[in-house]
Ligand binder design. Structure first.
Ligand code: AMP
Ligand code: ZN
Ligand code: FE
Ligand code: FE
Length: 276
């Protein structure tokens, strides 16, 4: 029998719009059999996640997504961590530093937007952020101010490189993100590899200790699934998958989970064994 799994999703502890309990309830209704929460730079959703998992009888795990910074393609590298021990010494302290740097970045973005004449304030950006702050929260504040109609419009007009609100990411380097996850006992995987570059960039990440790559990603075309699947197999990388669900109102994927067919059962079992 095939299996529906979700290994990449977000809650209000980063830039998602559902609570962990709401996420688990929705995953159950979507037929998901395994859910791993991967909030950006936060593991604070864990307690609520596990309680909801018990309540709904759903197998839930706690992971992480770390957005990187640096020259070239590095600022488009997002590293997913599975099977991390959140109590590993120094792990949560490092995440807290990344979150502080995100707040500095957000305040600079707000300065840029104020320079354009918009009456946006950092407090408004913080208002709907439970913990990790990011550009999506700036987008939401612009939406509430009536400047834009969607997160996508805010990114396209103001928040991406080359647009007037843009400020460089202040995240860790890919090497640091991979090491942090591995030092916490986790498995480091590349999220949405199509944004991180082509084969040379991917090979660089592998040389830094990358252990897996998103293959069965909801945003991938069938040919992308084949290409990244072949790369993973040729290089002995773990093939993970998910939808990158952020919740209603975010203008993104609204269905939780991706399907693994019978032929990929082995891949799912390996993922499961690494995600405990
Ligand atoms: P940040 O972490 O502050 O650099 O913001 C990047 C996050 O914004 C990504 O991890 C996505 O969750 C989200 N994002 C990126 N592009 C878009 C977009 N066009 N529309 C909505 N969300 C986006
Ligand atoms: Zn996100
Ligand atoms: Fe991402
Ligand atoms: Fe994500």
């Amino acid at each position: 029998m095939g299996k529906r799994v979700e290994l990449h999703c977000h809650t209000i502890f980063s830039d998602g719009t559902l609570t962990p309990a709401e996420l688990v309830s929705r995953a159950k209704k979507s037929g998901v059999e395994l859910l791993t929460l991967t909030d950006h730079d936060s593991v604070s959703g864990g307690a609520e996640l596990f309680a909801a998992g018990r309540e709904h009888g759903l197998d839930v795990r706690l992971g992480i997504e770390i957005n990187c910074a640096g020259e070239g393609a590095a600022d488009r590298v997002h590293i997913l961590g599975y099977g991390i021990d959140p109590e590993s010494p120094g792990f949560q302290e490092r995440l807290a530093e990344f979150r502080e740097r995100r707040t500095v970045r957000a305040s600079r973005i707000v300065d840029n937007l104020r320079g354009l004449g918009f009456g946006i304030e950092l407090a408004q950006v913080r208002a709907n952020a439970h913990e990790t702050i990011g550009r999506p929260h700036v987008a939401d504040a612009l939406k509430r101010l009536g400047v834009v109609k969607s997160r996508k419009e805010a990114f396209d007009r103001f928040l991406v490189r080359g647009k007037p609100g843009f400020v460089e990411s202040m995240g860790p380097s890919p090497a640091e993100a991979i090491a942090l996850i591995r030092d916490a006992g986790g498995t480091a995987c590349l999220a949405h590899p199509q944004t991180a570059g082509k084969e040379p960039e991917l090979e660089q990440l592998r040389a830094l200790g990358l252990q897996g790559v998103e293959v069965n990603y909801a945003g991938h075309s069938p040919s992308q699934v084949r290409a990244y699947g072949n790369w993973a197999e040729a290089k002995g990388l773990l093939a993970v998958g998910g939808s990158d669900f952020h919740g209603p109102g975010t203008g993104r994927e609204e269905r939780l989970g991706v399907d693994y067919g019978d032929a990929e059962a082995g891949a799912v079992e390996e993922v499961l064994s690494r995600c405990s």
